[in-house]
Ligand binder design. Structure first.
Ligand code: AMP
Ligand code: MG
Length: 310
């Protein structure tokens, strides 16, 4: 991606409106939450979500937390059972992320959930984050606004130090209050997936004892690798063999193409949707080579996992 000028937006009505317009146009905006600065992009726009991974330089596609203004908005993208609804009512807005099954007609890019059937949702409490979500009027995917492998940013200066020239703007809300990432709850049985800004004891006062890593069926990290096609996957294929469907990259004959023009952002945006569609054909999947640079590294990481023996 080319270098762009990162604008600093003031924490007033004009700044919030400008940030919302940028999000609506598919651009990336860092914004303050009560935990850390988030790197926001339109969660329905695959290219915007791919841009988040590119800006952070993440070597793999792990699922992102989706930020919404309230429980109503959350219920348009996720399905809440009674315990999850109780947690949302008790702690939202606040530093709690709930992992729930995707709702029918959720409209999110499959890249946000890394192809999973569940989505991590949070309602942030920071007034500017709330204003931005209200002004944008949609779900915002936002991991921490730092390059991959660096510590989470709690001031605009931290964000600028890591992402200057890679994102459209930073909404300047000064220093964040908590500085810890959100606590993540999800899975069956209900488990602590990541400790964070909300104490586990407060959550367990509502849910009863939570499963911990090791006892839970699902744990973060493992979860990110869960989506794999049920069909066999063969990598670095230049053409399909008998019976195979071909996932192409660049100008070539194929059943579906990640990006006919060889654009890695477009390829990342299409990755999970195309894999799901080819998998539904119930034939072995051959995948054309994808260059192992930039977003291509994360694409290849995911393809290798999909092709690994199971
Ligand atoms: P970050 O993007 O750095 O804020 O981290 C997001 C965290 O949420 C990671 O630990 C992910 O594994 C976790 N996460 C996001 N979506 C899901 C999901 N659908 N299921 C389980 N964990 C998730
Ligand atoms: Mg992070």
């Amino acid at each position: 991606m080319g270098v762009i000028t990162t604008r600093m937006l003031k924490p007033d009505a004009d700044g919030v409106a400008a940030a919302a317009d940028l999000l609506a146009g598919g651009a990336l905006v860092a914004f303050p939450t009560e935990t850390v600065y988030g790197l926001g992009g339109d969660a329905r726009n695959g290219r915007a979500v791919a841009g988040i991974f590119a800006a952070k330089g993440r070597p793999s596609f792990n699922p992102l937390i989706v930020h919404v203004p309230d429980l109503d908005a959350a219920q348009s993208i996720g399905t809440f059972d009674a315990p999850m609804r109780r947690l949302a009512q008790a702690f939202w807005p606040g530093p709690l992320t709930l992992v729930v099954p995707l709702a029918e007609g959720h409209g999110l890019s499959p890249l946000v959930t890394a192809g999973l059937e569940t989505v991590a949702i949070r309602v942030p409490a920071h007034p500017l984050a709330r204003d931005l979500l209200a002004a944008f009027g949609g779900a915002v995917a936002a991991p921490s606004a730092n390059p991959s492998g660096r510590i989470s940013p709690t001031t605009p200066a931290h964000v600028l130090a890591g992402l200057d020239g890679k994102i459209a703007a930073i909404l300047d809300g000064g220093a964040c209050a908590v500085g810890l990432e959100s606590t993540i709850i999800g899975g069956t049985p209900l488990a602590l997936l990541r400790p964070g800004g909300l104490a586990v004891e407060e959550i367990e006062a509502i849910t009863g004892p939570l499963a911990r890593a090791g006892t839970a069926i699902t744990a973060p990290g493992q979860l990110a690798s869960h989506y794999a096609p049920s069909s066999a996957v063969r990598l670095n294929a230049n053409c399909a063999q008998a019976g195979e469907v071909l996932l192409g990259f660049g100008p070539m004959q194929s059943d579906l193409n990640l990006s006919a023009s060889g654009d890695l952002v477009e390829a990342a945006a299409n990755l999970f949707g195309h894999l799901h569609r080819l998998d539904a054909m119930q034939r072995p999947i051959a995948v054309a080579p994808v260059p192992d640079c930039g977003l291509g590294r994360a694409i290849n990481d995911r393809l290798r996992r999909a092709a690994a023996p199971r």
